[in-house]
Design a binder for this molecule. Structure first.
Ligand SMILES: C[S@@+](CC[C@H](N)C(=O)[O-])C[C@H]1O[C@@H](n2cnc3c(N)ncnc32)[C@H](O)[C@@H]1O
Length: 215
């Protein structure tokens, strides 16, 4: 540890330990990214007009309520992955019988071996942790293995005026053009953003893009 900050986890095992520790040490509203309604994400998912039977994956889902809201909207083929067992356990309990069909899987987005192709990939506040080119290349490889041709990509990160760290870790901030440029082979469909209010009332600028994989 340096200056009271955790060392940046650099391999799969230390990443998992780090994120397990984050989720094990607090309540859902004890993390800055908590929101009971993921409005920015839902707006972009709605914009796709995706059929309710199409497969959707939320990567680095943590405690996000995105899957709860997608169940409510009638989506039937939902998967959420995260490194943290305890985060996914909380989501499983929260979803209850109405969300019993949601697949919750402990997996690393940098090394994803999908059992099928998805029609929509959603990521809020995971990509910005990838500060190294090799991590971003691994993420892109996972994305390309997972998303079907013509599939939709929704990614949200901290914006140019957002925080420089998240959960004590350094992050990369993106403008809309910078974020869109991260995904070769994907066409920018629309952009969005929000000033997210943390549970303790501070504001965090988010940048989001909706993109579509070339067919
Ligand atoms: C800042 S939180 C965002 C959570 C959620 N997307 C949301 O918007 O509420 C980042 C999440 O990504 C997960 N995570 C971090 N690195 C990951 C990785 N390499 N693979 C899968 N999940 C990861 C963490 O455990 C954590 O739940």
């Amino acid at each position: 540890m340096l200056g009271g900050r955790p060392d940046r986890p650099q391999d799969a095992a230390s990443r998992k330990d780090f994120w397990e520790g984050v989720h094990g040490g607090t309540e859902v509203d004890g993390v800055s990214w908590w929101q009971s309604v993921p409005g920015l994400s839902l707006g972009l998912v709605d914009e796709t007009g995706l059929g309710r039977e199409r497969p959707v994956i939320d990567v680095g889902a943590g405690w996000s309520t995105l899957v709860d809201h997608l169940v409510e909207r009638g989506y039937r083929d939902l998967t959420a992955i995260d490194l943290s067992v305890s985060a996914l356990r909380t989501v499983r309990e929260r979803l209850g019988p109405t969300g019993a069909q949601v697949v919750l899987e402990v997996a690393d987005v940098l090394d994803l071996a999908p059992v099928k192709r998805y029609a929509l990939w959603h990521d809020r506040a995971v990509y910005h942790f990838l500060t190294e080119p090799d991590e971003r290349a691994d993420y892109l490889a996972s994305l390309d293995r997972s998303l079907e041709p013509g599939g939709w990509l929704v990614v949200a990160t901290f914006g140019p005026d957002g925080p420089t760290t998240c959960s004590g870790l350094p992050i990369v901030r993106y403008s809309h053009p910078e974020l869109a440029a991260q995904f070769p082979g994907y066409e920018l469909v629309s952009t969005a953003g929000e000033d997210h209010l943390t549970p303790w009332g501070t504001s965090q600028q988010f940048t989001a893009v909706l993109m579509r994989r070339s067919s």
